[in-house]
Design a binder for this molecule. Sequence first.
Ligand code: B12
Length: 233
Amino acid sequence: MSHAELIQGVSTAITNFDDEEAKKKTMEALNAGVDPLEFIKRSVQPAMDHIGKLYEDGEIYLPELILAGDAASAVLEAAVPRIAINDQAKAMRGTVVIGVMFGDNHDIGKNLVKALLQAYGFKVIDLGTDVPVKTFLDTALKENADIIASSTLITTSLPYQRQLIELLKASGNRDRFYVILGGGPVNPKWTKDIGADGYGNDAKDAVALCNKLVTEDLKPPLDHPVIVGAITR
Ligand code: B12
């Protein structure tokens, strides 16, 4: 079976809401030598985009959405530990506090971003989902973080990203941390409008973004946010 067929098999298992099959097919693909990073990009993301479209069109309902989410998480769990990163990449590090914004429980994308940042040598403090704005700040101060990374998939949580920037300013901490954003409803315009420092379209972009921020001598807040990755979704 070709690599493309193996990857397709995993996508199909996710869209069939079958987490056991998704995990089994993932192991088959990885054991056949499919690059794990490429594999995740070409299996999980398109499958979940497809599921999202079916949900939007009223062709599936919340229980199916949950099952597909479980299947995608099973794939990530199996594939992420297989990502091998060279030592040179690991030399560039910083501390990232990451969380899914208040009101939002979607964590598949955040988990992917976290896994890749860790694989590339960043220390990542994961606040989980439904994170109050103040928790981002308190944790970033406690951990002496370089970057605060906020993920959101639902539009109703977007205002809290703005609140985060406002809280940083009001508490006199805006120049201490880079603030980066990602997730479905987030885009470069929103990132600039609320005064955040960066946007990444996917997990690989998040790594490139964090690397750029910590290696170049930029000081937050940036006048123009760093935007990585074309908006493809
Ligand atoms: C799976 C899923 C769920 C699962 C979540 C499981 C889980 N553990 O996460 C479940 C079933 C629980 C769920 C629930 C709900 N969902 Co839902 N869900 C989805 C779905 C289909 C896929 C999301 C996903 O996992 N994508 C795959 C990952 C890999 O991609 P990603 O999250 O975008 O992350 C990538 C990038 O965005 C980026 N990224 C992400 N975060 C960050 C952060 C930084 C800093 C950076 C740089 C980059 C970055 O990198 C990631 C990796 O490449 C989307 C549709 C879609 N296409 O997005 C709807 C979707 C997000 N859900 C939606 C809705 C409405 C809901 C519910 C409100 C449904 C309900 N009526 O209860 C609830 C919300 C509950 C809550 N309060 O959170 C809507 C949101 C609409 C909106 N604009 O607000 C969507 C868009 C579906 C739709 N088209 O209507 N959902």
